[in-house]
Design a protein around this ligand. Structure first.
Ligand code: S3P
Length: 187
């Protein structure tokens, strides 16, 4: 167990990775949290899209999920290289055991939301390949959650119940729970 000084260093120089299913609020919470901590906010999907010069849907359709996952793993490591980043990860980043090991070495936060609320938030989700063609988005999200929740819990140091709360409340809650949250600026 790290002592307080090490915990403080871990949060002042380390990275915070947000994980959870699509619609759990990672891309909304990420920039707000980064702002409070004076960290840089990174949206992993945006980096993948810009690196491969295609939308996420086009990458899945034209290059396949395997290519997407390889680039996702690469971008995760690139994003973490500098430290002091809040990284909103795509919902499937935890599928790779190597990524889970890597995420365990960051401060990883799982934003937990029920399939019903996720489905309301993502709506028709034309740009979300994993929901494309699903007769019932709620059912599909429930299946994904069943498969993935153990993986999120396997790498997250903190789980936040992220429904019925606005993003600012989630950020304030997180700030009280991050290691050495008390003063990221304190030397
Ligand atoms: C995916 C989630 C998406 C995106 C891609 C695959 C997944 O990101 O990375 O469509 O496997 O759950 P969000 O979780 O940000 O929607």
């Amino acid at each position: 167990m790290a002592n307080n000084r090490q915990r403080h260093d871990a949060i002042t120089t380390g990275n915070i990775c947000l994980v959870g299913l699509m619609g759990s609020g990672k891309s909304t919470v990420g920039p707000l949290l980064a702002d409070k901590l004076d960290f840089t906010s990174v949206d992993l999907d945006a980096h993948i899209s810009s690196s491969l010069k295609r939308s996420i849907r086009e990458i899945f359709e034209e290059q396949g999920e395997e290519r997407f996952r390889a680039e996702e793993s690469r971008q995760l490591r690139l994003a973490c290289a500098n430290g002091k980043q809040v990284i909103a990860c795509g919902g499937g980043v935890v599928l790779s055991p190597e990524n889970r090991g890597f995420l365990r070495r960051q401060t990883t936060v799982y934003l937990k939301v029920s399939p019903e609320v996720l489905a309301q938030r993502v709506g028709a989700a034309k740009d979300r390949p994993l929901l494309a063609g699903a007769a019932s988005p709620v059912q599909r999200l429930a299946t994904l959650l069943k498969e993935r929740e153990p993986l999120y819990l396997d790498c997250a140091r903190i789980t936040v119940l992220a429904e019925g709360k606005g993003p600012h409340v989630i950020v304030d809650d997180l700030l009280t729970r991050l290691p050495a949250h008390e003063s990221p600026e304190t030397p």
